[in-house]
Design a binder for this molecule. Sequence first.
Ligand code: NAD
Length: 443
Amino acid sequence: MKVTVIGTGYVGLVTGACLAEMGNHVVCLDVDERKIRVLQDGGIPIHEPGLEAIVQRNAAMGRLQFTTDVAQAVAHGTLQFIGVGTPPGEDGSADLQHVLSAARSIGAHMTDYKVIVDKSTVPVGTADRVREAVAQELARRGVDVAYAVVSNPEFLKEGAAVGDFMRPDRIIVGADDERAVLLMRALYASFTRNHERLQLMDVRSAEFTKYAANAMLATRISFMNELALLAEKVGADIDMVRRGIGSDPRIGTHFLYAGAGYGGSCFPKDVKALVRTGQEYGVKLRVLEAVEEANDLQKHVLGRKVVEHFGEDLAGRTFALWGLAFKPDTDDMREAPSLVVVDDLVRRGARVQAYDPVATEQAQVALKGVPGVSFVDSAQAALAGADALVIVTEWREFRSPDFDAMRAALKQPLVIDGRNLFEPALLKAHGLEYVAIGRSQAN
Ligand code: NAD
């Protein structure tokens, strides 16, 4: 099938590459000329495991092309995926300017039937606005071309995006146009050969499903983070509690890890946007308001633990920071808890020696102008002469460090772990003081 993907970011590039991998002919469009140039030159602008090989293979086969030429891109695909960003606006609602601009581009250039697929995360009712934006462009041109607008929210996880796209738990399609449904079914048939995973529903329910999923996951995290605060006070270990409740199949083990708060380009903005939608319709979403508030506080938990240990004035102190990306296996720094941790430390006069396996470049942009931060190229280098180690992101390479070398490199044998990576007894055995999240034995 012929597919156009508008927006070649984490979602658009994965979508385009994986659809090409199944034999479709895909054109990826972006307004970011640098990004497109990198892709045309055989490179890849983001870190996503397994993606580069798929992009290169399909580009070489001529099934995957990259362009900034809107007319060419719109002319190509019967299916026009919109995968542009939907960042939070000032009032917390999703900013739809990029989605509507993509819709106008389609309306301005289409000459035959198109299925316009909203893959970006967009509030309920957006499909109607997309339909309208296209209609206005067609009217402006004085042409009448048939089209359908479909909601197909994306559930991939950065860091595991290729696997998630190729073997999805479910594919949600919200559509009310039969021809569009047939095309969507045909497109996704190769991803759901063994189990029917395509759930067909009305457009609004599909749009809502994406927010409901992210809101639920964020709720589980904030719930555990709050319980972790209490666990520390009452002398319990939240990691034991996590295992204890996770074994109940009604609860399940996923997304129960207490930590330094959730970040990333999705949970914070999607929770905000859903709360905002609630306000618009006069429905106060109290649980989600609390989820957001708890998370904002949680991002300061590591800074607070540092202050509890060293006092408010951190002048003259240096801290090793392991992990900058908002989670492992990505270079994405959007809303990363590390940004708050760094601010909490440098604002009190400390210096930070930070290491991340892949996100350093993005972090340098995100932390530009912040004084006292240096970036080093290994976990061990970050420790040299530091007063303590602060762990923010649970990269695999941090899970089994050389504790003796760690102890030797640190000025004080103190590890403040925002991801509960270690058994407290193990660190104690290596002569390290261990402060973790919700683990009173460690603190
Ligand atoms: P991103 O910022 O990585 O990519 C968006 C791209 O769209 C950018 O490259 C930008 O230059 C481009 N763009 C903006 N306006 C454009 C236009 N008019 N025409 C062409 N290109 C344009 O964003 P992302 O992380 O891929 O997220 C995209 C959407 O998918 C968001 O709505 C997000 O909520 C949703 N989503 C993201 C994830 C994720 O893990 N990142 C997962 C599921 C859903």
